[in-house]
Design a protein around this ligand. Structure first.
Ligand code: SF4
Length: 220
Protein backbone atom coordinates (compact mmCIF):
# COMPACT_ATOMS: atom_id res chain seq x y z
CA UNK A 1 0.00 0.00 0.00
CA UNK A 2 1.37 3.40 -0.96
CA UNK A 3 0.97 6.44 1.29
CA UNK A 4 -0.59 9.63 -0.12
CA UNK A 5 2.18 11.58 -1.82
CA UNK A 6 4.49 8.57 -2.21
CA UNK A 7 5.35 8.33 -5.93
CA UNK A 8 2.87 11.18 -6.40
CA UNK A 9 -0.22 9.06 -5.67
CA UNK A 10 -3.51 9.87 -3.98
CA UNK A 11 -5.47 6.90 -2.61
CA UNK A 12 -9.00 6.79 -4.03
CA UNK A 13 -12.37 6.20 -2.39
CA UNK A 14 -12.26 2.45 -3.08
CA UNK A 15 -9.10 2.31 -0.85
CA UNK A 16 -7.45 0.12 -3.50
CA UNK A 17 -6.60 2.25 -6.50
CA UNK A 18 -4.73 5.52 -6.89
CA UNK A 19 -4.82 8.74 -8.83
CA UNK A 20 -1.84 10.71 -10.07
CA UNK A 21 -1.83 14.27 -11.41
CA UNK A 22 1.15 14.92 -13.69
CA UNK A 23 2.61 18.39 -13.20
CA UNK A 24 1.46 20.66 -16.02
CA UNK A 25 2.91 24.12 -15.27
CA UNK A 26 0.14 26.73 -15.54
CA UNK A 27 -2.05 24.24 -17.39
CA UNK A 28 -0.09 24.63 -20.61
CA UNK A 29 0.24 21.15 -22.06
CA UNK A 30 2.00 19.90 -25.19
CA UNK A 31 0.36 17.62 -27.77
CA UNK A 32 3.12 15.10 -26.99
CA UNK A 33 2.24 14.92 -23.28
CA UNK A 34 -1.47 14.77 -24.10
CA UNK A 35 -0.80 11.76 -26.36
CA UNK A 36 1.30 10.07 -23.69
CA UNK A 37 -1.44 10.56 -21.11
CA UNK A 38 -4.07 9.19 -23.51
CA UNK A 39 -1.86 6.21 -24.45
CA UNK A 40 -1.16 5.41 -20.78
CA UNK A 41 -4.87 5.68 -19.96
CA UNK A 42 -5.64 2.99 -22.53
CA UNK A 43 -2.61 0.80 -21.83
CA UNK A 44 -3.18 0.66 -18.08
CA UNK A 45 -6.98 0.61 -18.25
CA UNK A 46 -7.32 3.80 -16.26
CA UNK A 47 -10.84 4.43 -14.98
CA UNK A 48 -11.07 8.18 -15.65
CA UNK A 49 -9.13 11.21 -16.82
CA UNK A 50 -10.33 14.28 -14.94
CA UNK A 51 -9.31 17.86 -15.65
CA UNK A 52 -8.83 19.36 -12.20
CA UNK A 53 -9.57 22.84 -10.92
CA UNK A 54 -5.80 23.36 -10.80
CA UNK A 55 -5.62 22.77 -14.57
CA UNK A 56 -3.95 19.37 -14.35
CA UNK A 57 -5.18 16.06 -15.77
CA UNK A 58 -5.78 13.59 -12.97
CA UNK A 59 -5.40 9.95 -14.00
CA UNK A 60 -7.76 8.03 -11.76
CA UNK A 61 -8.13 4.36 -10.88
CA UNK A 62 -4.52 3.18 -11.18
CA UNK A 63 -3.33 -0.14 -9.77
CA UNK A 64 -0.36 0.08 -7.40
CA UNK A 65 1.82 -2.16 -9.60
CA UNK A 66 1.35 0.19 -12.59
CA UNK A 67 2.37 3.44 -10.88
CA UNK A 68 6.11 3.30 -11.71
CA UNK A 69 5.53 2.23 -15.32
CA UNK A 70 3.01 5.02 -15.91
CA UNK A 71 5.43 7.69 -14.71
CA UNK A 72 8.07 6.08 -16.92
CA UNK A 73 5.77 6.05 -19.96
CA UNK A 74 4.93 9.71 -19.35
CA UNK A 75 8.64 10.49 -19.11
CA UNK A 76 8.03 12.37 -15.89
CA UNK A 77 8.93 12.23 -12.25
CA UNK A 78 6.08 12.42 -9.71
CA UNK A 79 4.93 15.98 -9.08
CA UNK A 80 3.63 17.43 -5.84
CA UNK A 81 -0.10 16.74 -5.93
CA UNK A 82 -0.68 16.57 -2.18
CA UNK A 83 0.91 17.80 1.03
CA UNK A 84 1.74 21.10 2.67
CA UNK A 85 3.36 22.74 -0.29
CA UNK A 86 2.80 24.78 -3.42
CA UNK A 87 1.22 22.28 -5.80
CA UNK A 88 0.23 24.22 -8.86
CA UNK A 89 -0.16 27.79 -10.03
CA UNK A 90 -3.38 28.80 -11.71
CA UNK A 91 -2.88 31.21 -14.60
CA UNK A 92 -5.10 32.79 -17.18
CA UNK A 93 -3.85 33.28 -20.77
CA UNK A 94 -2.97 36.94 -20.10
CA UNK A 95 -1.79 39.30 -22.77
CA UNK A 96 -0.10 36.52 -24.77
CA UNK A 97 -3.55 35.44 -25.96
CA UNK A 98 -6.41 37.32 -24.32
CA UNK A 99 -7.38 40.64 -25.87
CA UNK A 100 -8.22 42.04 -22.42
CA UNK A 101 -4.86 41.10 -20.90
CA UNK A 102 -2.81 43.88 -19.37
CA UNK A 103 0.17 41.81 -18.22
CA UNK A 104 1.82 38.52 -19.22
CA UNK A 105 0.30 36.20 -16.63
CA UNK A 106 1.50 33.02 -18.34
CA UNK A 107 5.17 34.05 -18.37
CA UNK A 108 4.86 35.22 -14.76
CA UNK A 109 3.15 31.97 -13.73
CA UNK A 110 5.83 29.87 -15.40
CA UNK A 111 8.55 31.76 -13.53
CA UNK A 112 6.73 31.29 -10.22
CA UNK A 113 6.17 27.62 -10.97
CA UNK A 114 9.89 27.12 -11.54
CA UNK A 115 10.72 28.78 -8.24
CA UNK A 116 7.95 27.41 -6.05
CA UNK A 117 6.48 24.14 -7.31
CA UNK A 118 6.71 21.64 -4.45
CA UNK A 119 8.14 24.07 -1.91
CA UNK A 120 7.08 22.96 1.56
CA UNK A 121 5.32 25.56 3.67
CA UNK A 122 3.36 25.60 6.95
CA UNK A 123 0.14 24.79 5.08
CA UNK A 124 -1.27 24.18 1.65
CA UNK A 125 -0.59 27.27 -0.44
CA UNK A 126 -2.25 28.19 -3.70
CA UNK A 127 -1.00 30.78 -6.16
CA UNK A 128 -2.82 32.45 -9.02
CA UNK A 129 -1.87 34.93 -11.71
CA UNK A 130 -4.47 36.90 -13.65
CA UNK A 131 -3.61 39.10 -16.60
CA UNK A 132 -6.21 41.76 -15.78
CA UNK A 133 -8.68 42.72 -13.02
CA UNK A 134 -11.29 40.29 -14.38
CA UNK A 135 -9.33 37.72 -12.37
CA UNK A 136 -10.07 34.63 -14.40
CA UNK A 137 -7.40 32.84 -12.33
CA UNK A 138 -9.58 33.40 -9.23
CA UNK A 139 -6.90 35.49 -7.61
CA UNK A 140 -9.25 36.72 -4.88
CA UNK A 141 -9.26 33.27 -3.35
CA UNK A 142 -5.57 32.41 -3.68
CA UNK A 143 -3.11 32.51 -0.80
CA UNK A 144 -0.76 34.50 -3.02
CA UNK A 145 -2.00 36.14 -6.19
CA UNK A 146 -0.95 38.62 -8.83
CA UNK A 147 -3.31 40.71 -10.93
CA UNK A 148 -2.09 42.50 -14.04
CA UNK A 149 -3.03 46.15 -14.37
CA UNK A 150 -2.02 48.94 -16.70
CA UNK A 151 0.77 50.11 -14.40
CA UNK A 152 2.08 46.70 -13.35
CA UNK A 153 1.13 43.97 -10.91
CA UNK A 154 -1.04 44.08 -7.81
CA UNK A 155 0.09 41.57 -5.19
CA UNK A 156 -2.73 40.02 -3.19
CA UNK A 157 -2.39 37.77 -0.17
CA UNK A 158 -4.50 35.69 2.16
CA UNK A 159 -7.28 34.40 -0.07
CA UNK A 160 -8.72 30.92 0.40
CA UNK A 161 -11.45 29.06 -1.42
CA UNK A 162 -11.82 26.55 1.37
CA UNK A 163 -14.54 25.43 3.79
CA UNK A 164 -14.03 28.78 5.48
CA UNK A 165 -13.49 31.08 2.49
CA UNK A 166 -11.51 34.28 2.73
CA UNK A 167 -11.00 37.01 0.16
CA UNK A 168 -7.43 38.13 -0.46
CA UNK A 169 -6.21 41.61 0.48
CA UNK A 170 -4.10 43.88 -1.68
CA UNK A 171 -0.60 44.06 -0.24
CA UNK A 172 1.19 46.12 -2.88
CA UNK A 173 0.33 47.68 -6.25
CA UNK A 174 2.03 48.92 -9.42
CA UNK A 175 4.87 46.41 -9.23
CA UNK A 176 7.19 45.69 -12.12
CA UNK A 177 7.65 41.98 -12.86
CA UNK A 178 10.98 41.65 -11.05
CA UNK A 179 9.66 43.60 -8.05
CA UNK A 180 6.57 41.40 -7.87
CA UNK A 181 8.75 38.27 -7.83
CA UNK A 182 10.98 39.80 -5.13
CA UNK A 183 7.93 40.74 -3.05
CA UNK A 184 6.54 37.20 -3.30
CA UNK A 185 9.89 35.84 -2.11
CA UNK A 186 9.54 38.00 0.99
CA UNK A 187 5.91 36.96 1.58
CA UNK A 188 6.96 33.31 1.36
CA UNK A 189 9.95 33.85 3.69
CA UNK A 190 7.75 35.68 6.20
CA UNK A 191 5.19 32.88 6.09
CA UNK A 192 7.88 30.23 6.55
CA UNK A 193 9.09 32.06 9.62
CA UNK A 194 5.78 33.15 11.16
CA UNK A 195 3.09 30.75 9.96
CA UNK A 196 1.98 28.01 12.34
CA UNK A 197 1.59 24.45 11.12
CA UNK A 198 -1.63 24.11 9.03
CA UNK A 199 -2.30 27.84 9.27
CA UNK A 200 -2.91 29.29 5.82
CA UNK A 201 -1.58 32.73 4.96
CA UNK A 202 -4.99 34.38 5.48
CA UNK A 203 -5.26 32.96 8.97
CA UNK A 204 -1.74 34.13 9.78
CA UNK A 205 -2.75 37.63 8.60
CA UNK A 206 -5.86 37.51 10.81
CA UNK A 207 -3.61 36.67 13.76
CA UNK A 208 -0.77 39.13 13.25
CA UNK A 209 -2.22 41.80 10.96
CA UNK A 210 -1.65 42.74 7.32
CA UNK A 211 0.60 45.67 8.29
CA UNK A 212 3.17 43.35 9.88
CA UNK A 213 3.45 41.45 6.60
CA UNK A 214 3.50 44.66 4.54
CA UNK A 215 6.28 46.12 6.67
CA UNK A 216 8.35 42.95 6.32
CA UNK A 217 7.89 42.92 2.56
CA UNK A 218 8.79 46.60 2.21
CA UNK A 219 11.88 46.36 4.40
CA UNK A 220 14.94 46.22 2.12
S1 SF4 B 1 -8.11 37.69 -16.30
FE1 SF4 B 1 -8.20 39.19 -17.92
S2 SF4 B 1 -6.42 38.66 -19.19
FE2 SF4 B 1 -6.88 36.89 -17.97
S3 SF4 B 1 -8.22 35.65 -19.26
FE3 SF4 B 1 -9.50 36.88 -17.89
S4 SF4 B 1 -10.01 38.64 -19.11
FE4 SF4 B 1 -8.24 37.71 -20.09
Amino acid sequence: MLKDGEKGVILQRDKQTYAIAPHVPCGVITPDLLRKIADAAEKYNIQALKITSAARIAMIGIQEEDVDSIWQDLGMTPGHAVGLCIRSIKCCPGNQFCRLGQQDSLAMGMQLDEIYHGLELPSKTKMGVSGCPNQCAETWIKDIGLVGKKNGWALMVGGAGASKPRLAEVLLEDLRTEDAIAAIRKVVAFYQENGKKLERIGKMIDRIGLEALRTAVQTP
